[in-house]
Design a protein around this ligand. Structure first.
Ligand code: FAD
Length: 368
């Protein structure tokens, strides 16, 4: 029987970054059902960082994560690579454009400026836009590996092929039955991604009404003769499509958000066709060849803000879930908060100010 102070369930970016942050202060075991960390949402993301994406709380969390991600002292340097995010408005989206510019404080651009930044867009498809020039691509693989290495260096353990099948309260904590053997822990961190409600139910903790939404991505060849290297990511201001340069190809998404039960989700033919069709309408180019297609689950509680903390009466079960479409860009701040809640460490003012909004207790829609 392995005994630790903290058992973290789920080795995606949430669990791995939390484990790395907590392990210098507490004994930690990170438990993952799959053979490899980062198999689900964290291995399928578009890997962008932006402080003008998501709701206000998500934006504040991304801002608070910027210093960690941009730190040039990480092995291999900063985890961020300049990319920019261009929010594109099409005919009929005049009001959305004005609201977005006012809300973010970023200046609206004229259609010609948008077309100069991403010249593959058809002039008829563009009425203006907003450039978030500080947005960046995250080196997601290096970020995850860096977290796992920090966990190991602090004496923490990673168990893969270790699905948590049962959780029962014992003494001051929990006994976890896992596929790799039993674990006793004073505290469980629920970083199970789309499966977080299922894990809670196994532990006798009320679920939060988490929804898993499928999102699809494909990579395609750009039309011959285009140099995409300097393009920002282009995203519809209402988030019905996006595309971005990715290793000499284009990554396209129809920005789908189809609710499904948590599972190892695959791309559906329909969503792949919608991605190709929206790109063709926007650019006038049919994608020539789809190289790779995938889908991942983004999971949200009803107010679309992440959840960090314990429910009243369940103070040995800490939620680190509901990161939606922003789990990489917010992971450093969320890990810092989880660590502070577990170790009673001081939090910087800007993070302390978010605790009530992140608490699972705010989730009125606690489902039974
Ligand atoms: C197409 C797409 C594009 C995205 N783009 C971006 C982006 O540009 N920027 C950004 O910041 N975010 C983006 N995201 C969101 C981001 O990927 C997620 O928010 C993040 O990966 C969530 O991490 P997680 O660790 O919570 O979940 P996951 O990575 O899903 O990890 C949860 C882990 O828990 C494990 N698990 C579940 N139940 C158990 C159990 N009982 N026992 C043991 N293990 C268990 C699972 O196997 C899984 O590995 C995108 C997501 C998608 C799908």
């Amino acid at each position: 029987m392995l005994r630790v102070e903290v058992a973290i369930v789920g080795a995606g970016i949430a669990g791995a970054s939390g484990a790395a942050r907590i392990a210098p202060h507490r004994s930690v075991c990170l438990l993952e059902r799959e053979a490899q960390p980062g198999t689900h949402a964290s291995g399928r993301s578009a890997t962008m960082f932006a402080t003008a994406y998501g709701n206000r709380l998500v934006r504040r969390l991304a801002l608070a994560s910027n210093a960690f991600l941009a730190n040039s002292r990480h092995p291999g340097g900063s985890l961020l690579h300049p990319r920019g995010m261009l929010h594109v408005a099409s005919p009929g989206q005049e009001a959305l454009l004005a609201n977005f510019a006012a809300e973010t404080g970023l200046p609206p651009l004229a259609a010609d400026d948008v077309l100069a930044l991403v010249p593959i867009l058809r002039p008829q498809a563009v009425i203006g836009g907003v450039l978030d020039h500080a947005a960046a691509a995250i080196d997601d693989h290096r970020f995850l590996q860096l977290c796992l290495r920090s966990l190991k260096e602090s004496g923490g353990t990673l168990w893969c092929n270790a699905e948590v099948i049962g959780i029962e309260p014992v003494g001051d904590g929990y006994r976890l039955a896992t596929a790799a053997g039993p674990v006793e822990a004073g505290l469980v961190v629920n970083a199970a991604g789309a499966w977080a409600d299922e894990l809670a139910k196994r532990a006798g903790v009320p679920p939060l009404g988490l929804k898993a939404l499928r999102r699809t991505a494909v990579t395609v060849d750009p039309p011959p003769g285009w140099d995409l290297s300097g393009w920002p990511m282009a995203i519809d201001i209402a988030e019905t499509w996006y595309f971005k340069p990715e290793g000499g190809r284009l990554l396209l998404s129809p920005a789908d958000a189809t609710e499904v039960p948590p599972h190892d989700v695959q791309a559906e033919e329909w969503d792949v066709a919608v991605a190709a069709d929206r790109y063709a309408r926007l650019t006038g180019h049919e994608p020539r060849r789809i190289h790779h297609r995938w889908a991942g689950l983004r999971s949200f509680v009803p107010d679309h803000s992440p959840v960090v903390g314990c429910l009243p009466g369940h103070d040995r079960f800490l939620w680190l879930a509901g990161q939606g479409g922003a789990g990489f860009m917010t992971a450093p701040a969320l890990a810092e908060i989880a660590c502070a809640l577990i170790t009673d460490r001081e939090l910087p003012d800007e993070l302390r100010a978010m605790l009530a909004e992140l608490s699972p207790a705010r989730t009125a829609a606690v489902a039974s």
